[in-house]
Design a protein around this ligand. Structure first.
Ligand code: FRU
Length: 577
């Protein structure tokens, strides 16, 4: 590389950092670490600054590139670029078209800690019990897999900015689904493109052969199986179109991930093809027919299923077309009403529409649907966990709370709480129910407030005593006295932080700040569960037949003022908060 002007060179513990101004070459500037000694390079970011492409070269070989709003001065936050895998080698970051006068080179830092260690999680609008990345952007949850007591949560991540871009798999781990420890990014872009959504499994029997040193216990069970993850590689971000399906694996219980050298494992098939969700299909009648299955989004509103014996070679087995949804499939079997002898398969699409059916390892036969169980614009691209042990047996899902706003924050977007899904029989047939995972109960810090009352009138809100603070898990039960659907006062209201929840018995609809969903009383009751965090409300109604996720910013600092109102002839109310 030709260097025109050397600005500064300094030596720390034997490592030399060289800052180079290549202004003659399209105002490029480079940062050289020779050799790399620390785990991370921390890059200064200013939201709204001119975007610049940075290329990472190690020993002169291109590794990846990303676009970043490089702070010319006064960074809003630092982005973390992991370079530890190149310790001892020569690394050069080259930024294209840097704004004249930018001081980014003198702001850059190297560290063994991820960025902003002393600032992170203290931000005004930081969700308190919903996952949001330390820094940068997230959209879909990816690669949800449980292994040896750890829930892994990968996520579509832009590590270098608060808007969508540079798609990478961020990584966080938890033992209770609510306290997350964010790790360095797990899967970064490469020559096949950026890293779109996908899934992960434990390859218990090492069918892939990716574990080259399998260790067996005295029952013959492999104790160090590989974890294998699937994602879409796409060059679409640089306008080069096509996408393909790639694989990474981990031989250290999910801590680090190795790119499969034969990537992509499924080349481009059709227009959009993306978001592989892989699961093990167990054929109970004929165990020899058990296989890996992949649900893949194809194009328009169409998906397809593929099978494989080794997670590497895949064959298409069927199409699932015209579902009324696109992107991010999920597919899983659940007992109906808890009865394992009576199960159904659920096929789930990006917008949360789902079908109920049967799957024999070859074809998904639709029995009913599509149905919707989640409403509102702040819930998209959900995915459920793989490999939760049979003695737990839950099917837990995270969803992206798409579209929320986090003004002036160094992070953007959050996930819903983890939700446990079940299939239950209703008067209308089998439906999917979802409720917050029970681990949320461990977050409660005080004895619950209980309250019961007769309502005093639609225009006489009752202030529920003792509800103070900013984070709540509230259960409300309205015992209906009237089913007079012509009564114009047949509406129940609650309000907190200015967010209004109304139930209209006449139209049998629940309304959370303008998001409406159908809801019929069950046994003359309406049961609401409200989870209130700094920037979101989640509502689960009648044991989870519907869920609404709503993001909000309490810009006017409306105080916590929890009120309930409604016609006294209509209902009595009981509340636990
Ligand atoms: C859904 C989605 C996926 C894609 C990813 C890219 O939100 O569009 O289809 O893989 O986001 O970030």
């Amino acid at each position: 590389m030709k260097k025109s002007t050397l600005i500064l060179s300094l030596c720390l513990f034997g490592a030399t950092f060289t800052y180079t101004d290549l202004s003659a070459q399209n105002n490029s500037q480079s940062f050289e670490s020779n050799p790399v000694t620390k785990k991370f390079i921390l890059l200064p970011v200013k939201t709204g600054a001119t975007k610049t492409w940075i290329t990472v070269n190690v020993e002169g070989v291109w590794q990846h590139e990303f676009e970043i709003e490089l702070a010319p001065e006064n960074p809003d936050f630092y982005a973390t670029l992991e370079v530890g895998q190149w310790k001892g080698k020569n690394l050069v970051l080259t930024a294209e078209s840097v704004v004249p006068g930018s001081k980014w080179l003198s702001l850059i830092q190297t560290s063994d800690q991820m960025s902003d260690e002393n600032l992170v999680y203290r931000e005004d609008l930081r969700p308190q019990f919903h996952f949001a990345p330390r820094r940068g952007w997230t959209n879909d949850p990816n690669g949800l897999v449980y292994y040896k007591g750890t829930y892994h949560l990968f996520f579509q991540h832009n590590p270098y900015g608060t808007s969508w871009g540079n798609m990478t798999w961020g990584h966080a781990v938890s033992t209770d689904l609510f306290h997350w420890n964010e790790m360095p990014d797990a899967v970064i872009p490469d020559k096949n493109g950026v890293v779109f959504s996908g899934s992960a499994v434990v390859d218990w029997n090492n069918t892939s052969g990716l574990q080259t040193k399998p260790v067996k216990d005295n029952t013959g069970k492999i104790t160090n199986p590989p974890l294998v993850a699937f994602y879409t590689s796409t060059l679409a971000n640089r306008g080069k179109g096509k996408s393909s399906q790639s694989m990474v694996y981990s031989l250290d219980e999910g801590k680090s991930w190795i790119k499969y050298p034969g990537n992509p494992i499924i080349p481009h098939i059709i227009a959009e093809n993306r978001d592989p969700k892989v699961f093990w299909y167990e054929d109970k009648q004929n165990p020899n027919n058990s296989k890996w299955t992949m649900a893949l989004y194809m194009d328009g509103e169409d998906y397809a299923l593929f099978t494989s014996e080794n997670l590497i070679q895949w064959n298409k087995i069927c199409d699932i077309k015209n579902l009324g949804c696109s992107e991010c499939p999920d597919m899983f079997e659940l007992p109906v009403d808890g009865n394992k002898q009576k199960s159904r398969w659920v096929f789930w699409g990006g917008n949360g529409k789902y079908l109920i059916g049967n799957f024999d390892g070859k074809e998904f036969k639709i029995e009913s649907g599509p149905f919707t169980s989640k409403y509102g614009g702040n819930d998209y691209a959900a995915q459920s966990y793989s490999d939760i042990p049979a003695n737990d047996g839950r099917r837990i899902q995270f969803s992206w709370m798409q579209g929320g706003e986090y003004p002036n924050m160094p992070f953007n977007q959050q996930f819903t709480v983890p939700r446990n899904m079940t299939l239950c029989t209703t008067p209308d047939g089998i439906r999917l129910f979802m409720e917050p995972a029970k681990e949320i109960e461990k977050l409660r810090i005080s004895n619950p407030i209980t309250f019961s009352s007769t309502l005093e009138g639609s225009d006489k809100p009752i202030q529920v005593p003792g509800i103070k603070g900013e984070l709540f898990d509230i259960e409300i039960q309205f015992d209906l006295k009237s089913t007079n659907v012509s009564d114009t006062n047949n509406v129940l209201h609650t309000e907190i932080f200015g967010q209004k929840i109304a139930y209209n018995l006449g139209t049998q609809t629940i309304d959370l700040s303008g998001i409406k969903a159908p809801l019929a009383p069950v046994n003359n009751q309406i049961k609401l569960r409200l989870l209130i965090d700094r920037t979101s409300i989640e509502l689960f109604a009648n044991d989870g037949i519907i869920a609404i996720a709503k993001c909000f910013v309490n810009k006017d600092k409306v105080p916590c003022n929890f009120t309930i109102s409604g016609n006294k002839d209509l209902a009595d109310v009981q509340l636990v908060a």
